[in-house]
Design a protein around this ligand. Structure first.
Ligand code: GTP
Ligand code: MG
Length: 258
């Protein structure tokens, strides 16, 4: 029945095949997590269980059939970026198919794992369905993918330093949110570090690296006895990935081939 009188409707479908030989980065972001995190009493400024739930969901996606060509992923707050290998042929590189599958699989894992991370705060049936949006960006170069990840880690740092100082001023310093906001206006990183240390005895560099650096999931490659390369275990790190030497170290140099 391919050529029935109705077949023409397929002509309205839009081709959304992504460019060949580009790294594909799928970034997903929690919808309305400002409200959602309040409803479920996420700890301020960072909730460790919430981050671990994101990391677990991301890892499950990387281990699924659809996630086999994800070479690295970076997560912070309510977002995760998944980098697919430049040569991936996943879903014939069709954009909608990739994004919608990633978003729905991630959401599914998130909801399924929720109760093991938040046993005290069950999801309600009404109006309480965590959901994520998603987009794809394409980068031809290794250096661009690395800059992309650097951009996300800089964002992690800026937000976390601000939030850590803001909530110290409110929770320990007795300021109202409005006063804390005003106190931080126009400050640079050094000022916030100073405030944290002198007023609250917090050495920012000692704050848990998962909060300061975000989470990088890396698929390592293993060379088998027959010298063929297969995908190895996924490692989790909370490290400074911005320093120029980071991606040149032997165990990571092949994650993004030039
Ligand atoms: P949209 O993404 O536009 O739908 O809005 P959003 O409300 O999700 O905001 P956005 O993605 O810009 O930011 C994520 C928000 O989630 C933060 O502003 C926080 O309010 C909240 N959030 C994320 N992680 C944590 C956490 O660990 N603790 C707390 N307390 N809140 C968090
Ligand atoms: Mg969000």
């Amino acid at each position: 029945m391919a050529n029935s009188q109705y077949g023409y409707v397929r002509l309205a479908e839009r081709d959304d095949t992504l460019l060949p030989s580009t790294y594909l980065v799928v970034r997903i972001d929690g919808k309305g997590f400002h409200k959602f995190s309040k409803r479920h009493n996420f700890t301020k400024p960072n909730d460790l269980a919430a981050l671990r739930l994101m990391n677990h969901s991301a890892r499950n996606l990387m281990m699924s059939d659809a996630g086999q060509t994800i070479v690295a992923a970076f997560g912070q707050s309510d977002e995760y970026s998944f980098v697919l290998s430049r040569s991936t042929t996943l879903f014939l590189r069709r954009e909608s198919k990739i994004v919608t599958t990633f978003v729905s699989m991630f959401t599914s894992y998130y909801v399924r794992l929720w109760s093991s991370y938040f046993p005290q705060s069950p999801l309600e049936e009404q109006d309480d369905a965590p959901s994520f949006d998603g987009r794809v960006v394409q980068y031809p170069l290794r250096s661009e993918v690395i800059d992309y990840l650097n951009w996300r880690q800089v964002d992690t740092h800026i937000n976390n330093l601000y939030n850590t100082t803001f909530w110290a001023l409110v929770q320990q310093g007795g300021k109202s949110p409005k006063e804390a906001h005003a106190a931080l206006q126009g400050t640079v990183s050094a000022d916030k570090n100073e405030t944290l240390f002198t007023q609250f005895g917090i050495n920012y560099s000692k704050v848990d690296p998962i909060f300061r650096k975000g989470t990088l999931l890396l698929r390592t490659s293993m060379t088998t006895e027959s010298a063929s390369v297969t995908s190895g275990p996924i490692v989790t790190v909370h490290e400074d990935i911005i320093k120029p030497s980071y991606w040149n170290q032997s165990d990571r140099s092949k994650v993004f081939p030039t």
